[in-house]
Design a protein around this ligand. Structure first.
Ligand code: ZN
Ligand code: ZN
Length: 527
């Protein structure tokens, strides 16, 4: 292991080897080294970046006249460092803020390269995926770094603690550390340093270049974008702290001119519910402050407000019996025609959020059953976020025609479902958000974001926009928003900046029954 410190030269080109920068692989016969790049065959077999875990015989020593490579038996630690190192250098674009998803990226990578990593193990152990997760957290103090909790509160994102150190060097130093631990144990010495400290000290001893031994820099990255969502959505914990944080996070509404702030009033549990005699009056009517010229918002189909929004035909055709029985979501993955990636049946399940519409419904039931001491309120269902499915389209088109303008057809979004998010309460569509990829070379465009009235102001749109942003890493995202639409604040929270004002943008679509301005801000999120 002392060999790590010696300066060695490449047998083929006679230049020096550089640890972590221009590494070599050692011939098991003559013990001389060859740069990975100088190998006669161009690279190591399998082509994994930083993969020098072979028993190598150089051309001169080989009995067959050409280089020989025999795969060493790899430990899971080596496999995971190798995967993260290859992903980090060759597929950095997959990462979120530098972190890779343990299953979608790391396990998938190992699965794809199984024959390269384990050529001698044809049969896979049943529990190998669990082993990967176990190793990641076991070495989380000094080899792997987790990227904070995800929106669903799981530690799922990982990266290398020392991103510039190659897998071979990491593995060698890990072995040196274990040897020293064993020696100390045999001498009955008490350990005073933790593994993390010993590892860091050894690494700095063997790799004197400070640039290489730098740890992954979290502060530089925009980790906040992942964690803010947590803060806002996590309704159960730290309510008090959260409200303070939220105040800082959100723009100060009080300082804004009243005119900009036309929220639809929504009954909450603290207010007395209001009952109407005439069913047509049940929809909250927006009263114009500028005089009587504006008409109230007309809903073309008032039943759509209550009804499940998937029409009967698509429901019968597209859903399997157990989906009908167990709720709203398909269990199967779907293939995206755009990316060729299999999309999971749902993006997120949220059991915490309690939108005002459901509060109102609960209130009505409790009031109506006041006299029944046995009455128990049915538990409410979660809010599910999914990718758009064919059976959603009729309902989404209907909502678009009611709330935006007539003639919208979002069938095309099925061509790129990766860039969609549909929020469901059971089978009712309560919100959706769509992004059109590749409107320009490095630009994606958010075309529609909608949440049903009564389901607003509880972070549903926020999660959907967050999801769309995550699908377009490394690309600018642009959008238009009506200049008096409070959704602008949501976009600003995510870092969108107003680029210019487009007068009469909604001219063609302007409806006298909607209060939104026909002028729009054109906003951009720069990446
Ligand atoms: Zn060389
Ligand atoms: Zn040799």
């Amino acid at each position: 292991m002392e060999g790590l410190l010696l300066i060695k030269e490449c047998k083929y080109c006679h230049e020096n080897l550089k640890s972590c920068l221009d590494e070599g692989i050692e011939c098991i016969v003559c013990n001389s080294n060859v740069h990975a790049g100088c190998l006669k065959r161009g690279s190591v077999p399998g082509g994994l970046h930083g993969d020098l875990f072979y028993n190598f015989t150089c051309q001169e020593c080989s009995d067959i006249g050409s280089e020989k490579f025999v795969r060493q038996k790899l430990s899971w630690l080596q496999v995971i460092t190798l995967s993260l190192y290859h992903l980090g250098t060759k597929s950095a674009g997959l990462a979120r803020n530098g972190f890779f998803h343990w299953r979608d990226h790391i396990v998938a990578f190992i699965d794809r390269n199984w024959d390269i990593l384990f050529p001698n193990e044809i049969k896979r152990k049943k529990k190998w995926i669990g082993t990967v997760a176990g190793r990641l957290s076991h070495y989380s103090s000094y080899l792997f770094l987790s990227g904070g909790k995800t929106v669903i509160n799981k530690t799922a994102w990982w990266t290398l603690m020392y991103p510039k150190i190659t897998p071979l060097v990491l593995s060698n130093i890990y072995n040196v550390m274990n040897l020293e631990k064993q020696k100390a144990k045999s001498r009955n010495e008490k350990r005073v340093t933790s593994d993390a400290e010993s590892f860091d000290a050894l690494l700095k001893q063997y790799v004197p270049d400070e640039n290489l031994t730098k740890k992954f820099d979290i502060s530089r990255r925009h980790i906040n974008s992942i964690e803010n969502i947590d803060e806002v959505d996590n309704q159960t914990e730290k309510k008090k702290q959260k409200s303070i944080k939220r105040k800082i996070l959100l723009p100060n509404y009080k300082d804004l001119p009243k005119k900009l702030m036309k929220f639809t009033p929504i009954s909450s549990l603290t207010e007395e519910p209001v009952f109407y005699d005439n069913p047509s009056e049940q929809i909250p009517i927006q009263k114009s402050q500028n005089g009587p010229s504006m008409k109230p918002l007309k809903l073309l189909d008032p039943m759509c407000y209550y009804n499940t929004s998937l029409n009967n035909i698509s429901r019968m055709k597209m859903q399997k019996m157990h989906v009908k029985l167990t709720g709203n979501i398909r269990k199967e993955i779907t293939l995206s025609p755009y990316s060729g990636i299999y999309l999971k049946p749902y993006i997120r399940r949220d059991v915490d959020t309690f939108p005002s519409w459901l509060k109102l419904m609960a209130e009505i039931q409790l009031t109506a059953n006041k006299t029944d001491p046995e009455f128990i309120l049915n538990p409410r269902a979660p809010i599910d976020y999914t990718y758009v499915q064919p059976e959603h389209i009729p309902a989404i088109n209907s909502l678009c025609n009611q709330f935006f303008w007539p003639g919208i057809d979002l069938t095309e979004s099925l061509q790129y479902p990766d860039f969609s998010c549909v929020a469901l309460y059971k089978r009712l569509i309560i919100g959706f958000a769509f992004l059109v990829p590749d409107v320009k070379h490095t630009e994606n465009y958010i075309s529609f974001v909608f949440t049903r009235p009564g389901w607003r102001n509880c972070s549903i749109a926020k999660f959907m926009v967050y999801h769309l942003i995550q699908t377009s890493l490394g690309r600018d995202i642009t959008l238009h928003v009506s200049i008096n639409n409070p959704a602008l604040f949501l976009y600003q929270q995510f870092g969108f900046k107003v680029e210019n004002v487009v007068l009469d943008f909604y001219d063609k679509y302007f409806r006298t029954d909607v209060q939104d301005s026909k002028h729009a801000f054109f906003c951009r999120l720069e990446r």
